[in-house]
Design a binder for this molecule. Structure first.
Ligand code: SF4
Ligand code: SF4
Length: 225
């Protein structure tokens, strides 16, 4: 039995950062989870019993973790919710944790709204001014609270068309041309539970992407900053 102090666990996470690439996550322990018991003070995770056979003996391993007593029932309840969520999504790993490379259904079907911070980030990414980004790439539609300034332009006037920043590396394989500078709305899109996923795309292939999006003015005058 191992006891894990949640405070230390959180510190470890903060110090090291966690891998966000599903292929880097070690999910083996989760696959062997036999039982999770949660009460107001403890979370007990019991692993499957494993038996290792040797030439003339066998080793019996039964592992159990108990998360240390925590005085805050709300915190324990929150951990319980996270575990439950992880278990639900574990059932259909790996299909549920990453977008298939090249899928961009959401870059056509939706209009990502942009805030002032989004416009500034895109402007810095493209070496343009915020006003230029607003004029060239944003359909102005200020939200009632003034937070959103509008949504990203499509390649045509048809709202169901592709985002102006969407690029295609080969037919049917898309990538975002301003990935590091994309708006918060795009960052919030999650493949978990996404109904729009292009199911025809293979998930185990690496997508070779092409060059990033180039603003029209940069094509004419690459010296402009
Ligand atoms: S900015 Fe990028 S991620 Fe967002 S809709 Fe456009 S192409 Fe897709
Ligand atoms: S799986 Fe869903 S969220 Fe991911 S790119 Fe495709 S449509 Fe967008």
């Amino acid at each position: 039995m191992t006891t894990i102090d949640l405070t230390a666990l959180r510190k470890f996470t903060l110090e090291t950062g966690q891998p966000t690439h599903p292929e880097l996550l070690d999910t083996t322990p989760m696959e062997r989870v036999q039982d999770i018991e949660i009460d107001l003070e403890h979370i007990t995770i019991t692993y499957n019993q494993t038996i290792n056979h040797y030439y003339n003996s066998s080793e019996n391993i039964e592992r159990e973790w108990i998360y240390k007593y925590n005085e805050d029932p709300e915190f324990v309840a929150a951990v319980a919710r996270v575990i439950e969520l992880a278990r639900r999504h574990l059932r259909d790993l790996p299909e549920n944790v990453a977008c298939p490379p090249g899928c961009a259904e959401c870059c056509s079907g939706y209009e990502p709204f942009v805030s002032r911070a989004d416009v500034d980030r895109i402007a810095a990414h493209l070496h343009m001014t915020a006003q230029e980004v607003l004029d060239e790439y944003v359909v102005k539609r200020t939200s009632a609270d003034g937070y959103h300034l509008g949504y990203l332009r499509k390649v045509t006037d048809d709202i169901a068309d592709q985002c102006v920043f969407l690029k295609e590396s080969r037919p049917g394989r898309f990538y975002c041309g301003i990935y590091e500078g994309r708006p918060a709305d795009c960052r919030d899109f999650s493949p978990i539970g996404c109904d729009d996923v292009n199911k025809d795309l293979p998930r185990n292939k690496v997508l070779k992407i092409g060059p990033p999006f180039q603003p029209k003015h940069r094509k004419k005058n690459s010296l402009r900053r």
